[in-house]
Ligand binder design. Structure first.
Ligand code: COA
Length: 256
């Protein structure tokens, strides 16, 4: 795929690395980045070559330093609501990806950058990572899903503390809060290792597991889990996985 503000590369294992590439502006999310991200995740959804996604930012300094403040400065009530809704939809499409999506965070993940990382299924950080939702300092609030996702990830009290103070949270504290899965020296390598482990499992099961887990915050979650479990029992992968265990061999999953 060819983009102006992103790079998009798929390796032989089906891991697609999407890199936001505006390092001189600390990868801030302007309209063009958001449109290209939206397109890239549509490609991810339809491409049979893509099995998993690693999302990161170019340069040493930032994953993404937020929505583009220049663009925010001229919004009115109507355009502000539209911008928020559009960002929400794009980030929702990332969360809704039925292939595992890992954010690799080095440096600043502020505002829309923290919200983007939170829309990914998992987050792996380097020690330089810094998370924060500084919007109240701009007289705004997080508008790309941050007020909704952060409480689910770290709990309401900690989310309020971060959102109301705008304070920055360093990598290790973010890990303790559950905001990142791990802090490692080589987050890209670690993310690829994690994705490779996930991809060795039954692909339909992985897809259904992501769906089930994202229903865990509503009352229908148990019903959805049972439906998806029942659905998996009809797949060749489940027959293969259970037979392989009983026959003491490694499974050979076909993704069917
Ligand atoms: N939107 C637009 N441009 C941004 C940006 C953003 N969110 N974050 C950084 N940039 C730009 C800067 O304007 C600067 O551009 P310039 O070189 O043309 O002046 C460039 O990226 C480098 O940023 P700079 O501020 O010089 O780097 P720094 O190391 O001194 O500070 C930050 C880094 C992250 C602390 C600082 O850039 C910052 O506070 N950014 C805004 C964070 C924010 O409030 N995000 C939430 C937005 S809703």
């Amino acid at each position: 795929m060819s983009y102006t503000t992103l790079t998009y590369e798929t390796d032989d294992n089906g891991i697609t690395t999407i890199t936001i590439n505006r390092p001189d502006k600390l990868n801030a999310l302007n309209k063009e980045v958001l449109n290209e991200l939206s397109d890239a995740f549509q490609q991810v959804a339809v491409s049979t070559d893509v099995k998993a996604v690693l999302l990161t930012g170019a340069g040493e300094k930032a994953f993404v330093a937020g929505a583009d403040i220049k663009e925010l400065s001229s919004l009115d009530e109507h355009t502000g609501r539209m911008v928020s809704q559009k960002g929400q939809q794009i980030f929702q499409s990332i969360e809704d990806t039925r292939k595992p999506v890992v954010a690799v965070v080095n440096g600043y993940a502020l505002g829309g950058g923290a919200e983007l990382a939170m829309a990914c299924h998992m987050r792996i950080a380097s020690a330089s990572a810094v998370f924060g939702l500084p919007e109240v300092g701009l007289g705004l609030i997080p508008g790309y899903g941050g007020t909704q996702r952060l409480p689910h990830i770290v709990g309401r009290a900690r989310a309020l503390e971060m959102i109301l103070t705008g304070k920055q949270v360093k990598a290790e504290e973010a890990r303790e809060m559950g905001l990142v899965n791990m802090v490692v020296e080589n987050p890209v390598d670690e993310a690829k290792k994690l994705l490779t482990t996930i991809l060795s499992n039954g692909p339909v099961a992985v897809r259904n597991a992501i769906r089930a887990v994202y229903h865990s915050d509503n009352k229908r979650g148990f019903q959805v889990e049972a439906d998806l479990f029942g659905n998996l029992c009809t797949t060749e992968d489940a027959k293969e996985g259970t037979s392989a265990f009983l026959e003491k061999r490694k499974p050979d999953f076909k993704g069917k």
